[in-house]
Design a protein around this ligand. Structure first.
Ligand code: MLT
Length: 304
């Protein structure tokens, strides 16, 4: 029997890929052959030497000690692209709500006292205060053209936006997937200086930590919007707050709880919801379970 330990809730559709006559699957289990994980941080864990494979039911592997596992010859599988549509849809929601100040306007309405005689005037004032912009003709810069970045770039193009992409390591297949008219910038700096909206889609690795720092924020257009649905550490949050307070940026929309900027009126932050859909959770779990089975049963490595 193979033993699979789950460190987070994994979609039952994925767990069903392990036939129960061959596999024992549980969260509490000693000496596992493989571990399936979503975002639980595995860096501090004492990992059993029986582990032969780790499967991340998601794209980013920054919660897994990949180097330590590689030294032991343990492959780390992930699910690139399996949640890309879910993340793209949330990025688009972020784009629309930033363009139309939806969260701030909603908050304004929540605070209105509807028994007040001046309500009509306050509604008029809100219309003025939260006036937005339309997307066609505006420029969005997409940093990172992997599975998610390509989808964001293409949809933005379909919305009539000018799209600038940047990815020094773009693959041939991803380049072919980009819609006509998506222009490639030569550097992050060029992209930042030419975009009204900037969306970050790079993995968190040493080279991308603080990629968007104070110096780069200064290159951005006045009143630009920064969207970060990747990892918090890619953006220097303190520098972003300064840029928001100085009216350099108009808003920061991100998919992490940003404690320092929790009540900031120009920050919209979410509890890492990008891949939290039924479909994405099923797709990721199935993709990773199949890779683990393939490896344990026949030694195949499809992606590591
Ligand atoms: C990912 O890396 O795929 C995302 O962060 C989604 C997640 O697992 O929450």
């Amino acid at each position: 029997m193979y033993r699979i330990q789950t460190l987070n809730n994994i979609s039952p559709l994925g767990l069903d890929r392990f036939p129960r006559n061959l596999y024992e699957v549980a969260s509490e289990l000693s000496r596992p052959d493989a571990v399936m994980v979503r975002s639980a941080d595995m860096h501090g864990l004492d990992l059993d030497d029986t582990i032969k494979a780790i499967g991340r039911a998601g794209a980013g592997v920054n919660n897994i000690p990949v180097d330590r596992m590689s030294e032991r010859g343990v492959p780390v599988f992930n699910a690139p692209g399996a949640n890309a549509n879910a993340v793209k849809e949330l990025v688009l929601a972020g784009l629309f709500l930033a363009a139309r100040n939806i969260v701030q306007a909603w908050d304004y309405v929540q605070k209105l006292d509807d028994s007040e005689p001046g309500l009509k005037k306050k509604v008029e004032a809100g219309k003025k205060q939260f006036k937005g912009v339309e997307l066609p003709g505006r420029t969005i810069g997409v940093v990172g053209l992997g599975a998610i970045g390509v989808k964001v770039a293409n949809t933005a193009r379909d919305l009539g936006m000018n799209v600038l992409g940047y990815d020094p390591g773009i693959t041939v297949s991803n380049a072919w997937r980009l819609h006509a008219g998506v222009e490639q910038a030569l550097s992050v700096d060029e992209l930042l200086s030419r975009s009204d909206f900037v969306s970050i889609h790079v993995p968190l690795v040493e080279a991308t930590e603080n990629l968007i720092d104070a110096k780069r924020l200064r290159l951005m257009r006045q009143q630009a919007v920064l969207l970060n649905f990747s990892r918090a550490e890619i953006v220097d949050e303190a520098a972003v707050l300064e840029a928001l307070d100085a009216d350099k940026l108009s808003s920061y929309v991100c998919d992490f709880p940003t404690m320092a900027s929790k009540n900031h009126p120009k920050v919209v932050s979410l509890p890492h919801l990008g891949a939290s859909t039924d479909e994405a959770e099923d797709n990721c779990a199935v993709m990773v379970a199949d890779q683990i089975r393939d490896y344990l049963e026949v030694g195949n490595v499809r992606n590591s």
